[in-house]
Design a protein around this ligand. Sequence first.
Ligand code: SF4
Length: 429
Amino acid sequence: MTQLLKAREGTITEEMRHIAQDEGCDAEALRKKVAEGKVVICTNRHRNTGKTYGLLGVGQGLRTKVNANIGTSQDYHLIEEELDKLRAAEKAGADAVMDLSTGGDLREIRRRVMEETTLSVGSVPIYEAVVEAAKGGNAIKDMKAGNMLEAVRRHCEDGVGFVTVHCGATRGLLKLINDGKRVCGVVSRGGVFLIEWMAFHKRENPLYENFDELLDILKEYDVTLSLGDAMRPGALADAFDSIQVHELNVLAELCVRAREKGVQTIIEGPGHVPINQIASQVQLQKELCHGAPFYVLGPIVTDVAPGYDHITSAIGGAIAASAGADFLCYVTPSEHLSLPTVQDVWDGVMATRIAAHAADIAKGVNRAMEWDRTMSQMRRDRNWEGQFAICIDRERAESFRATRPTSDNGDVCSMCGTFCVFKVTDDAG
Ligand code: SF4
């Protein structure tokens, strides 16, 4: 039985207990939310049975989670470099990683990622189906529906905790896409593959058509379905258009079907969104999808800052999560420019963690609020060691202080020196 089915029959699983303890919440309250589909526990029967690592709780009332994408490309496919990125993401505090590899031996990369990390690992199996088809000298159009489902099964067997599957990109959308109103068209790789396939075969999206078969596979492994938004806007000008809303409606329908079958479900969201639309988009998703966890990529709030998209997305992520989004996919400084480096991964995770934490304060997550209070008290007390010990990036904070020391004994910092407001206040008694 899946976590969802067990929750529905009233069982608090070991996984739920572990997550409740980790989050500092009541296990029975968590079980109820899992039963309602408002919280998912990403796990995998092949990887997690009897183990507490690799678990990920996402949804209402829990801390906002952060995902880091890693993975090879056709130009850069060194496994060791991707493992370095994985280590950087984990050290920086990511809650999950997605292996989005498209270059090299994809199964071997996934196996090494699984060996290396204790985090939950997500994936997009259709990438592998496409890469495999291309290896045989075939084009995307030559892929069979069965190839896509076989790829999903392989990923489940290998231990992934959640899979992104673009089931909502239905044939009915082709006409809307072809009207040419969008500035950037379709920017999801999985979405583009499926559109090409549907246009060539003049057939429905096989992942939509064979949705029940897909659910059977996920149920067998107790893997969480992350319904990908293949039609997410890739430009601010394309945000919240009829294509995006049409797909969201399909995802909402599929979410209900998945829950009925006992498969835990996350809904994915944009993308590129103006700040003033973010809260409405989150509210619409929550309403249509009956409170299902919302996993957003960014969202990026301006298109003009390549090189700084970890910042543009952290702004959007903080607003989205404070409005109710549950899971933030990081964006790195190299977004739209190149495959990220190890440093880009670090910077992306840090920016997104800050966004998630800022949102958790707005959401009223007790531990998040306590963390800030303690830090403020240490700052007031000029307790430098204490501040370093609990701040989000100790090495960076220490290096700043070491680079510009004070002329006194280090009681204050070199910004105000003897005019330090905390010291002046203390000295005045
Ligand atoms: S010296 Fe100024 S900036 Fe530094 S801790 Fe004191 S008040 Fe803050």
